[in-house]
Design a protein around this ligand. Structure first.
Ligand SMILES: [Cu+2]
Length: 173
């Protein structure tokens, strides 16, 4: 589990209190900003050797609420930018597209970022990333508080154990 619930809960309480106070002052039109109802697991990032300025990040997100949630973007202090991308193959040529509108996760649905599919493009790294490093990433969601996630630098996906069957439709990297 890479969410930081202990660090997050006090903020939620503060926000709830602030929202309650604001509600008393301003009436019922005030909408509280609440923590995103999203479970995140298997967050990992590729290593980057010295001289490399790019990496990519992957994770699995599950929307635990009864409403759609839109992942809007991400940021990390160790890189200039993090962009949501997807890999597409058209005419036999693989290329990447920016998810300009973010990624909507339906109620109860799971969104997977993995090699060959959706991924987070990490550009302008401030320093190399080696296996075992922990990279803090902030995910932003429409209408929700930002969520902090720790990405572990790994050489391969957490579920890519030797001998494990590949999920249908997933290509070897
Ligand atoms: Cu990309």
């Amino acid at each position: 589990m890479t969410l930081l619930p202990d660090a997050r809960l006090p903020d939620v309480r503060c926000l709830a209190l602030a929202a309650a106070v604001a509600g008393l002052l301003a009436g019922p039109a005030v909408a509280a900003t609440v923590a995103a109802p999203v479970e995140i697991r298997d967050a990992w990032m590729r290593p980057a050797a010295a001289g490399m300025s790019m990496s990519s990040g992957y994770m699995t997100l599950r929307n635990t609420s009864a409403r759609p949630v839109r992942l809007r973007g991400a940021a990390t202090p160790v890189a200039r930018s993090v962009t949501l991308h997807r890999s597409v193959v058209s005419g036999g040529v693989a290329r990447m597209e920016t998810l300009g509108e973010g990624l909507v996760i339906a109620p109860g649905a799971t969104a997977v970022f993995r090699p060959g599919g959706n991924h987070m493009m990490v550009e302008g790294l401030a320093h190399p990333l080696k296996v075992g490093d922990k990279v803090p990433v902030t995910l932003s969601f429409d209408g929700q508080a930002a969520t902090s996630v720790v990405f572990e630098v790994r050489a391969a996906a957490p579920d890519a154990a030797p001998g494990a069957p590949m999920p249908a439709g997933m290509k070897m990297r």
